[in-house]
Write a protein that binds this ligand. Structure first.
Ligand code: 48N
Length: 323
């Protein structure tokens, strides 16, 4: 039935927001925060803009507040315990798991995009709901992402709710630093003098825009981060995707890439989670980057394997520190 026409003079009916509205959350209730109130400092501003003013500041203070912190972090994380390449759903899930389990480890995330999150801002094509097959709902409950339970799978109302929630938890952790708009453009390696075995021992980084223009700029040398363990989750092939596995081929550390295969959700997700592993000493690969090296199927618009591959990658990385 068409909604009743609202005459130009008639005020639209006030939205009746039930205070403390509870929504079902797999048997647990999540308080919905739109309860009709604002915190007092904010509420006191409403209607009082006439004498409103910010505290005074000098531009250089803002610059120093940013650059001092950035360069302190760059100095601190030049020696990291773990570097995660790629802040997509797999990389962020690995970062969350590692930082939660080992608050003593220094974890650097290097993300080529200005905006972290990779492919997890939409559920698929332009549809916003995100599907995860059970048992990946365990990760959603761990991180506190509400979802609708559909039996064998769950649905997060918007993929950005998953990505922004994991991102906010990871960035709030004191032992994590994300360097976004920064590309890993090579790997640091060590070669055993006796066995000739090559071990990955860090990453070579540059501003992404510089990495994209090496061909038309004079030599702009990169920076480095040393770390005994690297987790690479750079996604399936693309302009930046599958970075580390492609570099392993060009470094002659692996023969060839099998290349991602056709879409088969049933096969793809189990394979990606179960086969997340250390490919060469010091380098663990997870998420869709793994499909390129293993020839695994793709799974399309379902993200449970990304979350749990990240959890497994974290477990593989911790093996190094528990040896
Ligand atoms: O989201 P992605 O691409 O990768 P994953 O593995 O975290 O998640 C993959 C997932 O989104 C899918 O592709 C879904 C499940 N679809 C599957 C299918 O069948 O199509 O995130 C990778 C991140 C991105 O944010 C890149 O910007 C970043 O890695 N990245 C890099 N960051 C730094 N240095 C690099 N060299 C680099 N390369 C990629």
């Amino acid at each position: 039935m068409a909604p009743a026409a609202v005459s130009p003079t008639q005020k639209p009916a006030q939205l009746a927001v039930a205070p403390g509205l509870k929504k079902p959350f797999n048997g647990q209730d999540v308080a919905v925060e739109h309860d009709g109130t604002l915190s007092k400092p904010l509420a006191d501003m409403l209607g009082n803009w006439e004498h409103f003013t910010f505290a005074p500041i000098r531009e250089s203070t803002v610059s120093r507040a940013m650059t001092r912190r950035y360069f302190t972090d760059l100095d601190t994380y030049a020696e990291s315990d773990i570097v995660i390449i790629g802040a997509g759903s797999c990389g962020l899930s690995a970062a969350y798991t590692l930082a939660k389990l080992r608050p003593d480890l220094r974890i650097a995330i290097v993300e080529a995009g200005v905006a972290p999150g990779g492919g997890a801002w939409l559920g698929g094509q332009l549809f916003s709901a995100m599907v995860m097959r059970k048992p990946a709902d365990a990760f959603l409950r761990e991180v506190g992402v509400p979802y609708e339970d559909e039996g064998d799978y769950v649905v997060v109302k918007h993929a950005a709710l998953f990505t922004s929630t994991v991102l906010s938890k990871v960035l709030a952790m004191p032992n994590v630093k994300m360097f976004n708009a920064t590309a890993v453009e090579d790997l640091i390696t060590r070669t055993d003098a006796e066995t000739g075995e090559v071990r990955v021992a860090g990453v070579v980084v540059n501003w992404t825009l510089v990495s994209m223009h090496h061909h038309d700029q004079s030599c702009m040398d990169p920076n480095t981060i040393n770390a005994p363990v690297i987790i690479s989750t750079t996604g399936h092939d693309g302009p930046f995707g599958a970075f580390s596995v492609k570099r392993l081929v060009s470094m002659k550390q692996i023969e060839q890439l099998e290349g991602m295969r056709g879409l088969d959700m049933q096969r793809a997700e189990d394979a990606i989670v179960k086969n997340t592993r250390e490919i060469v000493p010091g380098l663990i690969v997870g998420g869709m980057e793994l499909s390129e090296i293993d020839g695994a199927n793709r799974m399309g618009p379902t993200f449970g394997a990304m979350a749990l591959s990240g959890v497994k990658a974290a477990e593989e990385a911790l093996r190094v520190f528990e040896l």
